[in-house]
Ligand binder design. Structure first.
Ligand code: SF4
Length: 111
């Protein structure tokens, strides 16, 4: 499994993504039960509100080899400050439409 992670640009100042890497390494939360190797192709922010650049960034991750796009929990769950992205669902649908159904999308990394 080759993943490209997209995070919230507004949250970067609050979080270096430590827990994201931990749950991948330990196969916890969204990665529980995954037996295959997980290669991290890239870890990039959405490009800022309203998230339109996330399409280009997801496209780049796929061009570099990602078969799965993962939204870090800052986007849909609002971690760590309890402020979910108001554009999250639109971003997901735009990315899915752009990349096609062969690319899997995981909605969040952890609770
Ligand atoms: S579009 Fe959403 S994910 Fe991106 S910076 Fe704005 S609030 Fe964060």
């Amino acid at each position: 499994m080759k993943i490209g992670i997209i995070r919230c640009m507004q949250t970067e100042d609050f979080c270096p993504g430590t827990r994201d890497f931990q749950v991948i390494r330990n196969r916890e939360e969204a990665f529980e039960g995954i037996k295959e190797d997980i290669e991290i192709i890239g870890f990039i922010n959405c490009g800022g509100c309203p998230g339109k650049k996330s399409v280009l960034r997801a496209r780049q991750l796929v061009q570099k080899g990602a078969d799965t796009i993962v939204f870090a929990s800052c986007i849909q769950k609002g971690n760590p400050i309890g402020y979910p992205c108001p554009f999250a669902h639109k971003m997901k649908s735009l990315i899915q439409a752009d990349l096609g159904e062969n690319i899997k999308i995981i909605d969040y990394t952890h609770n």
